[in-house]
Design a protein around this ligand. Structure first.
Ligand SMILES: C[S@@+](CC[C@H](N)C(=O)[O-])C[C@H]1O[C@@H](n2cnc3c(N)ncnc32)[C@H](O)[C@@H]1O
Ligand code: SF4
Ligand code: SF4
Length: 330
């Protein structure tokens, strides 16, 4: 479960699927932030669900005015805290975070190149990486079938980061908001690139790991073998992620942030939310991200669920409703 604690972000990644939520907020004053009380409610909910990982994102979560206190409180309550960040932290915040216990705080740092960062922002990222070193995994989101990834290897070597790179493909947003995303027509070519990147990285003892949305037909059987041995392997299956917004609204995952919204307080545990979202998205899963999915043998056998649901929803004449039907039993 991801906790969306602020809609403020100083960066402008062309692919950002949170842009429908962060678009209006470029100034901290106007940001929609999650209150401490609501964050405590989320932690109560997670404890009740016997989940002890708190995943903070936004927008840029580190710009929440009470960020450090939120992290400390979560750690006091025995949560492992994972922070999704662009690495553009104020130096004092980086210094304070680096003092916290190492084993329960980690960072996934989005260093994708598709934003026009200033030199000051780049310097902040370098400082953050250097300071957090082994707690940081870098990640990139592909908007096309290739990218120059040497700078990622340089970062890992120079700042002694985790020897892993998170790779995702840019997914669309359901609804009228547009972001740059990877067209399904480019999936096969992108698959070849990912395999070549995995082969190069593993030579340097760096493993690739994957975000959701990759499909089985992006790869040949031999390439899947390479990913199994030279990367973290991948699953062509889509499960609800569940994001919680500042007002405790919830949605299936970011590409679906503008559709089928529900509320945290309709449910008692995370398991109930997962079951609910699996059920209400089932009709869209029949479609898949491409026309071929409907008759695909891998889909019939549920070895691939047909890529990101946002593609399927956007291919319809009408978007699904903004508000999901109320769950029958909560
Ligand atoms: C929405 S960001 C929020 C946290 C933080 N600002 C950051 O960039 O990491 C969380 C993650 O979503 C990824 N992401 C953003 N837009 C995406 C898209 N269209 N498809 C796939 N991943 C995306 C980012 O690369 C990042 O790793
Ligand atoms: S992906 Fe993260 S850093 Fe980039 S614009 Fe979105 S919220 Fe900001
Ligand atoms: S279900 Fe669709 S995306 Fe998955 S392997 Fe089949 S055709 Fe490809």
């Amino acid at each position: 479960m991801n906790i969306f604690i602020t809609n403020h972000c100083p960066r402008k990644c062309s692919f950002c699927f949170a842009r429908s939520r962060i678009g209006l907020s470029t100034e901290q004053e106007s940001a929609d932030i999650m209150s401490r009380e609501n964050i405590r409610r989320v932690m109560d909910f997670l404890e009740r669900s016997e989940e002890y990982q708190l995943r903070l994102l936004g927008g840029e979560p580190t710009t929440h005015p009470e960020f450090l206190d939120i992290v400390k409180e979560a750690m006091d309550r025995n949560f492992r805290v994972q922070i999704f960040t662009n690495g553009m932290l104020k130096q004092e915040l980086t210094d304070a975070l680096s003092e916290l216990p190492r084993d329960r705080l980690s960072f996934l740092c989005n260093v994708s190149p598709q934003a026009k960062d200033t030199e000051e922002q780049r310097e902040q990222v370098r400082y953050t990486l250097k300071k957090f070193n082994q707690r940081v995994q870098v990640g990139v989101t592909l908007t096309g079938p290739s990218m120059d990834y040497r700078y990622l290897i340089d970062y890992i070597e120079k700042y002694n980061l985790l020897r892993r790179i998170r790779v995702g493909i840019a997914q669309p947003i359901v609804g009228p908001t547009r972001n740059s995303h990877l067209a399904t027509a480019k999936y096969r070519e992108t698959g070849k690139f990912i395999v070549a990147m995995a082969r190069e990285c593993v030579k340097k003892d760096i493993l690739l790991g994957f975000d959701c949305g990759l499909t089985l037909c992006m790869f040949t059987e031999e390439e899947i073998g390479v990913l199994t041995k030279s990367a973290d392997g991948f699953r062509g299956l889509c499960d609800p992620i569940i994001d919680v917004g500042p007002g405790l609204d919830i949605w299936h995952c970011f590409p679906l942030a503008e559709t089928l919204n529900s509320r945290l307080d309709h449910f008692r545990t995370r398991r109930q939310i997962l079951n609910y979202y699996k059920k209400i998205t089932m009709p869209y899963k029949q479609l898949g991200c491409m026309a071929e999915c409907v008759s695909c043998i891998y889909k019939k056998r549920q070895q691939c669920t047909g890529g990101c649901l946002a593609h399927a929803m956007n291919s319809l004449n009408r978007f699904p409703p903004r508000i999901a039907p109320e769950p029958c039993e909560a």
